[in-house]
Design a protein around this ligand. Structure first.
Ligand SMILES: [Zn+2]
Length: 381
């Protein structure tokens, strides 16, 4: 195909964003688009679930490189989408799926709940698919993306390249056709990620706020809110009072928390402030939709209990290794009452049965890395 006619094809299918893109951006987008549509590329990366009238969750399927969930709010004339995943092709796939399964209305608002790579790296694709859309975040999150976005991409490329090697060994050792197919898919997705994200640069939110931003749409109100530091320094939630649904990013979700950039002593208080919103359902950044508020209290209780245990031990002079040996999941009250089984099930459901990791050992591994992260974060200003 001649370059000229290919350009014409992309201008037709991709619209105004294409015309505004530089030649380098065009080459980058063209490559991303080709990968998303390549034979063998997964048809859907998400399962879209209706949560309430005009509110949908796009729950991420297992992937070679993790994607976060998205929440979709259907306004009177357009859509607001929460979070933008780890890669451009995931956004391309979700936007197509939204058009088919949710609504043909244009995507007008995109919210980045926080700066983490698996919630932000797909954002440049929206510049192409929805060039008029506003990308919204807290001011703190915009600053964090500007400061760390490129470095976090580099780190994720390096860790993906390392895990690709070990997954190739797993593929070679696969015992059943199902295992073989699973490892083949994972390794090809990792290779695709390494290819598609080469040359990536962060897309910074163009619309920021410090504490509250309310969208007064004819269909409903959407309250975007920052209630304090927690999972990161800048997490925001999106709450719809009419539909009683909240999207929380990684401030609350169905797996165990990640505390590598967290403020562990402040996080439970921030969740308490968010809990003042009168929602009945919660769409978190990972794991399934929560149809009650029960897991929010358990998630918060776990962070509080583990932080206190690590803090007490650290003050006594214990090392990370000693604390990891002493604090087993069974010693944590907060993982009782069925919560440990719940999160274990959520994590292993995502990882897939092929991993042959039991829910118990998945939880034990997560607790160990949480202890190490809390230990480091305790005295953070
Ligand atoms: Zn995160």
């Amino acid at each position: 195909m001649h370059l000229h006619s290919r350009r014409g094809f992309f201008a037709r299918t991709l619209g105004a964003g294409w015309l505004g893109a530089s030649l380098i951006e065009q080459a980058f987008f063209r490559a991303a688009q080709a990968r998303a549509q390549a034979p063998g590329a997964p048809a859907n990366v998400f399962d879209i679930e209706k949560v309430a009238e005009g509110v949908y969750a796009a729950v991420a399927r297992p992937a070679g490189v993790t994607n976060c969930n998205a929440a979709i709010f259907e306004n009177a004339h357009d859509l607001l989408v929460v979070d933008t995943h780890s890669k451009l092709s995931a956004v391309a796939s979700l936007a197509a799926q939204i058009g088919k399964e949710v609504s043909p209305k244009p995507i007008r608002y995109i919210v980045n709940t926080h700066f983490h790579w698996d919630h932000t790296q797909g954002a440049p694709e929206y510049k192409l698919l929805a060039p008029a859309a506003e990308i919204i975040s807290s001011t703190v999150t915009r600053n964090l993306i500007a400061e760390f976005g490129a470095a976090r991409l580099k780190a994720s490329l390096e860790s993906t390249a390392t895990s690709l090697e070990s997954w190739q060994q797993k593929l070679a050792a696969a015992r059943t056709p199902q295992e073989k197919a699973y490892y083949q898919r994972m390794t090809s997705e990792m290779r695709a990620y390494l290819g598609e994200m080469r040359g990536w640069a962060p897309e910074l939110p163009n619309f920021t706020f410090s504490d509250n931003l309310v969208l007064h749409d004819k269909a409903h109100e959407l309250h975007l809110a920052f209630r304090g530091r927690g999972h990161t320094a800048g997490d925001v939630v999106v709450y719809c009072p009419q539909k009683k649904v909240i999207a929380t990013g990684d401030l609350v979700h169905g797996w165990l928390p990640y505390l590598g950039d967290a403020y562990p002593k402040e996080w439970p208080g921030t969740i308490r402030a968010v809990a003042r919103f009168e929602f009945t359902q919660l769409i978190g950044g990972h794991g399934g939709v929560q149809h009650s508020r029960e897991r929010l209290d358990q998630f918060s209780g776990y962070i509080r209990e583990l932080t206190e245990a690590v803090d007490t031990g650290k003050q006594k002079g214990e090392t990370v290794e000693q604390l990891q040996a002493a604090i087993a999941p069974a010693t944590l009250k907060s993982l009782g009452g069925g919560y440990g089984e719940f999160v274990g099930g959520q994590i292993t459901k995502y990882d897939g049965p092929q991993m042959r990791v039991s829910p118990q050992s998945a939880v034990a591994g997560a607790v160990k890395s949480n202890i190490a992260d809390i230990f480091k974060a305790l005295n953070k200003e």
